[in-house]
Ligand binder design. Structure first.
Ligand code: NA7
Length: 545
């Protein structure tokens, strides 16, 4: 069948072997990998330089809040690992961007990237077996393969609150922070949102602002980051045994050379032993906390409660005013919203210049030009910080809204569920590949390494097409359905789907609400390797035209 709705083109389409959308961590590696395979590649990105999420998230306090450096990085080049000196365990946004810029320079990425160029439309032409993209700058491109490296946390979630657009003071979303310095000095600032971005920025803003009002919808469990400078010994670990480190990263459930995760139950220990275990982890800090927990914390309500109570006690101890401490008490299962690492978050509420408003008791009614009005009164403000997160995982694919076979749009295809096979491919959208898409481990895995491993699979698949003189690859509807069931079955074994979070899409009105990430950890890479090994089981191929 021929797609009758090919994109109207104002200029002749530039021809490539692959078009990549996004020049963040994943898109940069996609460029490297496909170029290494000898393909001609063009990358488009709306920003004016590389970095993706790391380009945009410049808010005060922005840092890696995973297991961190020196392992949140590419592994494709040993030389890169040997030469790059990470400064701290929880690298700042500035340091991550410096690293990515160094990688872009070293491998000469920018010559193949078109910046300040948004892909506005992408359509598949069935008769030509090619994707055509049109962009905001009028450039059009055509390629057999479309790689969507659009980011899992890149489409901002803007709150729909009456009057918010009438507010005339400074207003910034953490995920679109200005490049110019922002001063909080002498200002009355309000922050909406207490996810990772809010929890990282609130202590920093509080240090400078005349007054800070935090508008909290959901209280959070956060853990001490205990960020520290990396020593020569720390940096030597991956350098002295690069292959061993790589193997440990590949073997670990989250893609970091740590673990193995403990297998015992929290309920096997006496309350005193358990408290001592949690206390030791709390004092040590960092993401190591989550890697030394018991295997049933995210599975058993009872085990979960042991950790939740431990953190709730810490909040009580850290916050002087009992009423403020009460408002800060989270009531969801700990770990079932993205765990957060902080630097003095709870203690920030002991400052005289910080007020916490619990929106569950005291909801926002509206904004005026100069204030936010909650049910208990008016709060004059000079600046509003929106730490309100993202239409995560699927949101940016939907904003791109590619049109597949018969002109069917992704919005139509994903109206009820974010269907995919292996989290990378979609029935009805031949030759389109997603990095960190719904149905993949995505944000539950070390993302640079996850991108490398998905791209290795995609590259192998493209090579298979070339070797067999095939023109199109697409998953069958049955394999897509079965994959969706597998993803949900793993998630349903845990407590994750039972909490409202951006992992379940509950933070965006009208979004299908279910847990979309593949929680099987490293097992995912075995699954996708098995599919390739079994002659791309679950895929359908077309001969090249
Ligand atoms: P998150 O984790 O989605 O946090 C967003 C926060 O904003 C969260 O506290 C939300 O409350 C709150 N929010 C969102 N919309 C509103 C409205 N309309 N009113 C009040 N409060 C609202 O995003 P982050 O940017 O902090 O972190 C994203 C990820 O980046 C992070 O997990 C790391 O992986 C890195 P809610 O909890 O939905 O009730």
């Amino acid at each position: 069948m021929t797609n009758q709705q090919a994109t109207p083109t104002s200029t002749p389409a530039e021809q490539y072997d692959a078009v990549i959308i996004g020049a963040g961590v994943s898109g940069m590696y996609a460029l490297y990998h496909l170029r290494e395979m000898g393909m001609s590649v063009r990358v488009y990105d709306g920003a004016s330089d590389i970095g993706g999420t790391w380009w945009y998230n410049r808010y005060p306090g922005a840092r890696v809040d995973g297991p961190g450096s020196p392992y949140y990085c590419y592994t494709f080049s040993e030389e890169l690992m040997q030469e790059w000196d990470w400064a701290e365990t929880q690298s700042t946004q500035h340091d991550v961007l410096e690293y990515l810029s160094h990688v872009a320079d070293k491998f000469d990425f920018r010559k193949d990237i078109q910046f300040e160029t948004w892909v506005e439309d992408a359509r598949y032409d069935e008769s030509a077996q090619r994707w055509t993209v049109s962009t905001s700058t009028g450039i059009n491109a055509s390629a057999p393969f479309l790689i969507c490296a659009v980011g899992a946390l890149s489409t901002t979630n803007m709150p729909n609150i009456p009057g918010i657009n009438e507010f005339s003071g400074e207003c910034y979303h953490t995920g679109r922070w200005p490049h110019e310095p922002v001063s909080f000095e002498g200002k009355r600032v309000a922050v909406i949102g207490t996810g990772s971005s809010g929890v990282q920025s609130i202590p920093e803003i509080a240090k400078q602002a005349e007054h800070l009002t935090v508008l909290q919808r959901t209280a959070q469990f956060t853990f001490p980051a205990n960020n520290r400078a990396l020593t020569a010994e720390d940096l030597a670990v991956p350098r002295d045994d690069f292959d061993g480190m790589l193997q440990r990263m590949h073997e670990n459930e989250g893609g970091f050379p740590i673990g193995p995760f403990p297998t015992g139950s929290a309920l096997d220990l006496s309350p005193e032993e358990l408290n001592a275990h949690y206390e030791a982890l709390w004092q040590k800090g960092g993401f190591g906390f989550f890697n030394n927990l018991f295997s049933d914390i995210a599975v058993s309500e009872e085990a979960n409660k042991t950790l939740a109570d431990f953190v709730r006690n810490k909040i009580k101890e850290s916050v002087d005013d009992p009423e403020t401490a009460r408002k800060l008490m989270p009531d969801h299962f700990v770990m079932t919203k993205r765990p957060i690492l902080d630097d003095g978050y709870y203690a920030t509420y002991n400052r005289d210049n910080v007020t916490l408003i619990d929106l569950r008791d005291d909801p926002i009614e509206r904004f005026t030009e100069t204030s936010v009005i909650t049910s208990t009164g008016e709060h004059p403000i000079d600046m509003l910080v929106l730490a309100t997160g993202y239409d995560a995982i699927s949101g940016t694919m939907l904003r791109l809204n590619p049109k597949g076979r018969g002109g069917v749009s992704l919005k139509e295809k994903w109206a009820d569920r974010f269907h995919s096979y292996l989290g990378m491919t979609i029935n009805g959208f031949p030759n389109l590949f997603m990095i960190h898409g719904p149905g993949s481990p995505g944000v539950f895995y070390n993302m640079p390494l996850g991108a490398e491993r998905q791209l290795a699979w995609i590259g192998q698949c493209l090579q298979h097409l070339k070797d067999q003189n095939l023109g199109a690859v697409e998953p069958s509807i049955q394999s897509e359905t079965a994959w969706g069931e597998e993803v949900s079955a793993i998630a349903d074994f845990t407590l994750f789907p039972r909490t409202d979070s951006w992992w379940t899409g509950a933070n965006v009105e009208g979004k299908p609400r279910y847990f979309t990430a593949y929680l099987g950890g490293g097992m995912y890479y075995q699954r996708i390797a098995d599919v390739a090994e079994a002659d791309y089981e679950g895929f359908e191929f077309e001969p090249a035209v």
